[in-house]
Every structure is written in structure tokens, then in C-alpha cells.
Design a protein around this ligand. Structure first.
Ligand SMILES: NC(=O)c1ccc[n+]([C@@H]2O[C@H](COP(=O)([O-])OP(=O)(O)OC[C@H]3O[C@@H](n4cnc5c(N)ncnc54)[C@H](OP(=O)(O)O)[C@@H]3O)[C@@H](O)[C@H]2O)c1
Length: 346
């Protein structure tokens, strides 16, 4: 059993690349002026956790505490934190390795996180649901606004450079990122044709979020089916590939409208997506939050967006385990998720 005292806290430490781990007691972190100490209640699981564990991606040194997303209760705040106080329930980007700087780590009982990367729990959802939001939301917004230069005017303070597309195809509509992309584009552009690929079992959800056509990505005629579903059967203007689908479906660029912008946004995974000549490939990463004008207000804006109904929890959330001891046993569940988000309670 792990336990947190007034001076110490339990951490799940991965010792080296490959998965060896131990649970240790360490001193509670000393807070920087802009940081918040969170008593963790939920760690949301992401495929990147597995890739970091197995491949050492974006891990500057070992041992390391994994986990990029989670939620809990504020235990203490740094001297410059104004909007949060002890007792507040929060969710956020609780760890990362972007730009080769490791910090935080959701897989521990207490974590220090910059206040700018946290949102107060929206009143109308549970803490478990709140923990599932940050990574999908920021990856979707960064991909749309920063990489594709498609404005989302309802997100005040964000860059407004660029223009609306004439149609968008979301590859991996039932992924966390894809479900977020669909609803954000629908909110910003009520008449935009939004096509998506998915297993048919998720169609109802994706139509509900705002897709206009959903095509089965396992169909042998998927390329023809997408083209037939596009406006005037002419093809699509923009592709947003959330799951590196183009790495296996290598003829997917045939669905572009020859008169369109042929922009292919691809969420950065460990797989490279090739695109043919004439197609502009744009990388998408949640880490662009720091490069995007207004990006650092994004996570805190989630509270209001969810409370007013502008942004919904994109996918159902399933608790797959409890406690730091169980976390390593269930982490691999992220490899097989289908139209849901998996989390561990702490
Ligand atoms: N670079 C970054 O900042 C960043 C941020 C977030 C995510 N990522 C990466 O982006 C990827 C997606 O993450 P996520 O959490 O959004 O995904 P996810 O929720 O784990 O994706 C799982 C879903 O993708 C669907 N899917 C899988 N292959 C598909 C294909 N070829 N065509 C259509 N749908 C397909 C599955 O559908 P079925 O179950 O129906 O088959 C399943 O519902 C991961 O590799 C993750 O590491 C990177």
C-alpha cells in the first residue's frame, strides 16, 4: 500500500526504458511561485505513456514519473497563484517531456503543476470526466488553429489567422483527438461538411458530435466511399489524421479535391505518414500550446466551455483500475481502446 504523509508522497517511478518500475516515497515537491500542489485522484492514460515507457520517447533521464494528464484536489498553491486555492478540484496537463524538459508526472500521489496548465473542474461533469479532457482538447485546438490555420472564433484570445476550409475529413473520428476535432469544427462552422472515419459502432456518437458523414475505415472501398460522401463527390479540402491512418492507407490522399488546398494535418505519433507530391503535410502536437497565440489560456478556458455546454466530454470515460500499484498492470489498455478514454483512480 502507498501512503502520503505531510512530508512525503508516493511515486510510481519507471526505472529505465522497457517497463521496470518501483513505487517509492519521496519528499513532497517544493512549489515554485506559479505552481500548484495537487493531491491526485485520477490519472488519465494516453498512448504516449506507453511509448515513453517502451521507447524512452521524450524522457531526458531515468528514473522518471510518467503520466501527462490527470485530476485531483489542490493541496497548496505557490505565492503567485491567484485563481486557485486549497480544496479546489482541478484537471490538467500534469506532466510532459515536450522540448526535452521533464516535469510533474500524473502517476504519483502528489504532483506540482504550473497553474497555467490547470482548469477548475467544470461543475457539470465528474472529476474522472474532467481528467479525460486536457490532452485531446489542446491537441485538437493546436492542430486546427496552429497547424492548419483554421480559426476557432468562439475560443476568445486565440490566433485568428487563416480561413475556414470548404470540407474536412477526420481520420480516426473515434479517437480522443478526433472526437474533439469534430466537435470544435462543428461549433465554429455550423455548415461545414465534416467527414470522419471510424468503426460503425461509433457512428451515432460522431454524428452527435457534429460529423456529417462517417465512413468505415476497414471497408475495402474506403477511399471511394469517402469521395462519394464528400460535397459533390469532388473530394475533401483538408485531412486531419489523428491516428496515423495514412501510414497504412497509403492511397488516402486520393480523396483530396483536386481544386482544394490539399492540406494534410497529422498528429505526431511514432509512425511517419507519407504524403504524395502536391499535398502539404502539417505536423500536429499538443506541445504547440506554447507557440500558439493565446495557447496558454486554453486549458483554464475548459471550465467555462464545458459548463456553458460549448465543449462536451468527447468520449465516454472508463475507470480501468485503482491505485499506483494497479497502474502498471492496466497501462497497456490504452493500446486497445475503442471510442473511449481510460483512466485510473488514485
Ligand atoms: N503529439 C502529440 O501531442 C499527441 C497528442 C495526443 C495524441 N497523440 C498520439 O495520437 C494518437 C492518437 O491518440 P488518441 O488518444 O487521440 O487516440 P485513441 O483514442 O487512443 O485512438 C483509438 C481510436 O482510434 C481508432 N482508430 C485506430 N486506427 C484507426 C484507423 N486507421 N482509422 C480510423 N480510426 C482508427 C480506433 O477505432 P476502432 O476501435 O473503432 O478501431 C479507436 O477508437 C496516438 O498515437 C497518440 O500517442 C499525440
Amino acid at each position: 500500500m502507498t501512503s502520503t504523509t505531510t512530508e512525503t508522497t508516493a511515486q510510481l517511478q519507471y526505472i529505465e526504458k522497457g517497463g521496470a518500475f518501483k513505487i517509492v516515497q519521496v519528499p513532497k515537491p517544493t512549489l515554485a511561485p506559479g505552481e500548484v500542489l495537487i493531491r491526485q485522484r485520477v490519472a488519465a492514460l494516453n498512448l504516449v505513456d506507453v511509448k515513453q515507457r517502451d521507447l524512452g520517447l521524450m524522457i531526458p533521464s531515468w528514473p522518471t514519473v510518467l503520466g501527462i494528464e490527470g485530476a485531483g484536489v489542490v493541496e497548496a498553491v505557490g505565492s503567485e497563484v491567484r485563481d486557485l486555492q486549497p480544496g479546489d478540484e482541478v484537471a490538467g496537463l500534469e506532466g510532459g517531456g515536450a522540448h526535452d524538459v521533464a516535469w510533474g508526472g500524473a502517476f504519483q500521489e502528489c504532483v506540482a503543476v504550473p497553474a497555467t496548465l490547470l482548469a477548475k473542474k467544470p461543475k457539470n461533469i465528474s472529476l474522472v470526466e474532467a481528467a479525460s479532457l486536457p490532452v485531446g482538447f489542446i491537441t485538437a485546438v493546436c492542430g486546427i488553429v496552429y497547424s492548419l490555420k483554421i480559426p476557432l472564433p468562439f475560443l476568445h484570445g486565440l490566433s485568428t489567422k487563416g480561413e475556414a476550409p470548404s470540407s474536412v475529413l477526420v481520420l480516426g473520428g473515434s479517437s480522443v483527438t478526433g472526437a474533439a476535432v469534430i466537435q470544435l469544427l462543428r461549433k465554429a462552422y455550423p455548415a461545414l461538411p465534416i467527414l470522419a472515419t471510424s468503426s460503425p459502432k461509433h457512428n451515432a456518437r460522431l454524428y452527435d458530435l457534429g460529423a456529417t458523414s462517417v465512413v468505415d475505415y476497414k471497408s475495402p472501398s474506403v477511399v471511394t466511399d469517402i469521395k462519394a460522401a464528400s460535397p459533390g463527390a469532388a473530394g475533401v479540402d483538408v485531412i486531419f489524421d489523428c491516428v496515423s491512418a495514412g501510414a497504412s492507407q497509403t492511397d488516402i490522399s486520393d480523396v483530396f479535391d483536386s481544386a482544394g488546398s490539399k492540406r494534410y494535418a497529422a498528429v505526431v505519433t511514432s509512425v511517419t505518414v507519407p504524403v504524395p507530391e502536391g499535398v502539404t503535410k502539417l505536423d500536429v502536437g499538443g506541445w504547440n500550446i506554447v507557440d500558439l497565440q493565446g495557447g496558454m489560456q486554453l486549458i483554464s478556458s475548459l471550465t467555462k466551455l464545458v459548463e456553458e455546454g460549448t465543449y462536451r466530454v468527447p468520449l465516454p470515460v472508463r475507470v480501468v483500475g485503482h491505485g499506483l500499484e494497479e497502474l502498471p498492470k492496466v497501462l497497456d489498455e490504452v493500446k486497445t481502446v475503442s471510442g473511449e478514454k481510460v483512466v485510473v483512480t488514485l
